[in-house]
Design a protein around this ligand. Structure first.
Ligand SMILES: Nc1ncnc2c1ncn2[C@@H]1O[C@H](COP(=O)(O)OP(=O)(O)O)[C@@H](O)[C@H]1O
Ligand SMILES: [Mg+2]
Length: 358
C-alpha cells in the first residue's frame, strides 16, 4: 500500500526542478493505517511559491489510490546546503549578497524586508550589514543603541522581527566614522562573518556597500556565495552601473541570482493603482541583458521610508500594503532561484558581459 502511494506521488512534478517529488527525495514517512494515509513532503525552502499547489496535487494523487479513505499531508522544508566548505560560517546553508552599482537605490531596504519576508515564511534568516562605510541596518530596525553580547569569544547577533542581525554599527561608538583602507575592510568583513555566532541559518543576506570595492571582493573570496542579488532603480545610470557590478561578481565566480527593480512604480494613495514614474531602463530589461532572472519589482511607497526612519521595516509596519506583498513575492522568487541552483539542475551562468547603453 505504501508502495502504491509512492507510485502515485511520482506523478507530482516540481515545476522548477522538472522532476517528480519522489525521485527528488522530497517524500518522507509514507504511512497507511486502515485506509488513513499520511505523508510528509520536504520542500527545499519554506518560502516555496508553489507550496499550496504541490500540497493539493499530493492530496489528490494519494486520494486516488484504491483503498485510501483519508489523506493527511504535512508540508515541511529543509533548505539544502550550498556545496563547498563554509569554513567561516559553518551553520549557514546559503549566503546571498545584495549588491548595487550605486547607493540610494534601496539595497538595505530590500535586504531587510526580504529577510523579514523569508523569516515570516518559516526560514531561519540572518542579515549581515557589510556596508562598513554606512551601516544602516541598526537605524532601520531601531536597534542602533543596542550593543551585542559575547559568548565563548563570539559576538551574538541582535534579534529583531525574527531575523538575526550583525552590523559594524553595533560595534562602533556613536558618531564614529570609518575611514579605512582595503585590508581593514577585508578584515572587518571576515570578522563579521567568522566572529559572530550565526548559528544555523537557512539564508544569510549580506547588505553590501554600493559598487565594486573591497567589501564585495572580500566577501566573494571568503565564502562560497549562493549568488548575488542586484538591486537597481529604473534610471539608465543606475542600470549601467548595476551591470558593471554584475560583471565583477561573475569574474569572482559568484553567480547572479537575479535583478530586483526598486522604486519603478508608485502606488497611487487614492486609487491604489501602480504607475511607472521613470522612463529609464527597467529591471527586467537589465535582467535580460545580463542573462539572469528578473526577481521582482518593489513599488515606491512614501509611508515605507517613514516607517524605516522609525526603525520598522515595511513588512512589519504595513504588512497589508502593496509593497509588503511585493516583498513576499520577491522572497518566494529568490528562494526558488536558490533552490534551483542548489539542486544543480540549472544551466551554467551565461557569461554575458554587460554592454552599457549608448
Ligand atoms: N520602495 C521604496 N519606497 C519608498 N522609499 C524607499 C524605497 N526603497 C528605498 N526607499 C528609501 O530610499 C532611501 C535609500 O534606501 P536604502 O535602502 O538606504 O538604499 P541603499 O542601501 O541602496 O543606499 C531610504 O530613505 C529608504 O527609506
Ligand atoms: Mg544601504
Amino acid at each position: 500500500m505504501e508502495e502504491a502511494i509512492l507510485d502515485a506521488l511520482r506523478a507530482v512534478q516540481d515545476p522548477d526542478l522538472h522532476r517528480d517529488i519522489v525521485s527528488l527525495g522530497f517524500v518522507k514517512d509514507v504511512k497507511v493505517e486502515s485506509g488513513k494515509a499520511s505523508a510528509t513532503i520536504e520542500l527545499t525552502t519554506p518560502a516555496c511559491p508553489v507550496k499550496e499547489e504541490l500540497e493539493a496535487e499530493c492530496i489528490a494523487a494519494i486520494s486516488a489510490v484504491p483503498g485510501v479513505s483519508e489523506v493527511d499531508v504535512t508540508m515541511t522544508a529543509r533548505v539544502r546546503e550550498k556545496p563547498g566548505a563554509q569554513d567561516l560560517i559553518p551553520g549557514v546553508r546559503q549566503c546571498i549578497a545584495v549588491a548595487s552599482g550605486k547607493g540610494g537605490v534601496g539595497k538595505s531596504t530590500v535586504t531587510l524586508n526580504l529577510a523579514v519576508a523569508l523569516a515570516q515564511q518559516g526560514a531561519r534568516v540572518g542579515v549581515l550589514d557589510a556596508d562598513v562605510y554606512g551601516p544602516s541596518i541598526p537605524l532601520m530596525t531601531g536597534t542602533q543603541t543596542e550593543r551585542p553580547m559575547t559568548r565563548d569569544q563570539q559576538i551574538l547577533p541582535i534579534e529583531r522581527f525574527g531575523v538575526a542581525m550583525m552590523s559594524l554599527g553595533y560595534l562602533l561608538e556613536d558618531g564614529q566614522a570609518v575611514l579605512w583602507r582595503g585590508p581593514m575592510v577585508a578584515g572587518t568583513v571576515k570578522q563579521l562573518l567568522a566572529d559572530v555566532s550565526w548559528g544555523t541559518l537557512d539564508y544569510l543576506l549580506v547588505d553590501l556597500p554600493p559598487g565594486t570595492g573591497d567589501a564585495p571582493m572580500s566577501l566573494a573570496q571568503l565564502v562560497p556565495l549562493s549568488g548575488v542579488v542586484i538591486v537597481t532603480t529604473p534610471h539608465n545610470v543606475a542600470a549601467n552601473i548595476a551591470g558593471k557590478a554584475a560583471a565583477l561578481f561573475r569574474r569572482l565566480n559568484a553567480p547572479i541570482l537575479g535583478v530586483v527593480e526598486n522604486m519603478a512604480t508608485f502606488v497611487c494613495p487614492s486609487c491604489g493603482d501602480p504607475a511607472r514614474i521613470f522612463s529609464g531602463q527597467s529591471g527586467d530589461e537589465l535582467a535580460r541583458v545580463l542573462g539572469t532572472p528578473f526577481l521582482g519589482s518593489i513599488p515606491l511607497d512614501p509611508s515605507v521610508s517613514h516607517a524605516a526612519d522609525q526603525g520598522l521595516p515595511s513588512m512589519v509596519a504595513y504588512p497589508q500594503s502593496v509593497q509588503a506583498a511585493s516583498f513576499r513575492e520577491l522572497a518566494g522568487e529568490l528562494a526558488r532561484q536558490i533552490s534551483i541552483r542548489a539542486e544543480g539542475t540549472n544551466l551554467p551562468d551565461e557569461q554575458v558581459e554587460f554592454a552599457p547603453r549608448p
